[in-house]
Design a protein. Structure first.
Length: 256
């Protein structure tokens, strides 16, 4: 016998999905495994890298969104598909200090991200070293080194560190090519400035709009909540959707 399905025809599927998501979010509030493992700076960087490289269909929507909406850097559609994020990329070092947290690279864009989400202090000449890993200017490099107050970093031997840094600069440029990087200082809370002995004021001014400051408390949280999560509908991208919800809860826990 035929049945009348007219009442079912009127159901709004989107409303049902949204209602289910609301119930699910309320359920997971009471337990978050991320809160038990104390995410390190590298963990946060790896999570960000995974989100940037995530594909939805054949596109990387979050890469373009992050670069344009969070960093304010224009990117063409054709470049947004070729752009890749990598972690722990080598840079000019001294005494083993030389890995960029996150490097975002395409055919015509190079973005260096230094992540300070856990509130770690700056390393000696840290942001400047990352910059000079892609900009070849030995005279300016030496000039800025001479202006640094190395006492801030309590090195065992300042002269030895400086000499090693100069030697590493020479070695580095035997096998690398120059570029024009953006330098992003990603902190836990807003308005945290880098040490002048990590990023000298003269270099910061020289970078101009190629120097960008953002924070997890404001920029990353808002981007995840308002740009990333809405594109991940539970049931279509379930694991990613749930993971972002849990990570947002963890950020709320960290920043109150």
């Amino acid at each position: 016998m035929a049945t009348n399905n007219s009442s079912y025809d009127k159901l709004n599927i989107d409303e049902l999905i949204n209602a289910y998501e609301s119930i699910y979010q309320n359920q997971v509030r009471d337990f978050n495994a991320l809160s038990t493992i104390h995410l390190s700076e590298n963990d946060h960087t790896n999570i960000l890298c995974e989100i940037l490289n995530m594909k939805v269909g054949d596109t990387k929507p979050f890469m373009k969104s992050f670069v344009q909406d969070v960093l304010g850097i224009e990117i063409q559609d054709r470049d947004s598909q070729n752009i890749v994020a990598k972690t722990q990329e080598q840079a000019i070092s001294a005494k083993g200090l030389g890995f960029i947290d996150l490097l975002i690279k395409s055919n015509d864009k190079l973005i260096i991200v230094e992540n300070k989400v856990c509130g770690a202090g700056d390393g000696p000449f840290q942001l400047a070293r990352y910059y000079f890993s892609y900009v070849k200017d030995k005279e300016y490099f030496d000039q800025l080194i001479e202006q640094c107050d190395w006492k801030e970093f309590k090195l065992s031997n300042n002269d030895e560190f400086v000499n090693d840094l100069k030697e590493q600069y020479e070695e580095w440029w035997k096998g690398h090519k120059a570029d024009e990087p953006y330098l992003v200082y990603l902190t836990d809370v807003a308005d945290k400035e880098p040490s002048e002995n990590s990023l000298p004021e003269d270099l910061k001014s020289k970078l101009d709009d190629h120097y960008i400051q953002i924070s997890y408390e404001e920029d990353i949280y808002d981007w995840l909540k308002n740009k990333v999560l809405p594109k991940l509908r539970y049931g279509q991208t379930g694991d990613a959707h749930n993971s972002i919800i849990l990570y947002l809860r963890e950020l709320e826990h960290i920043f109150g």
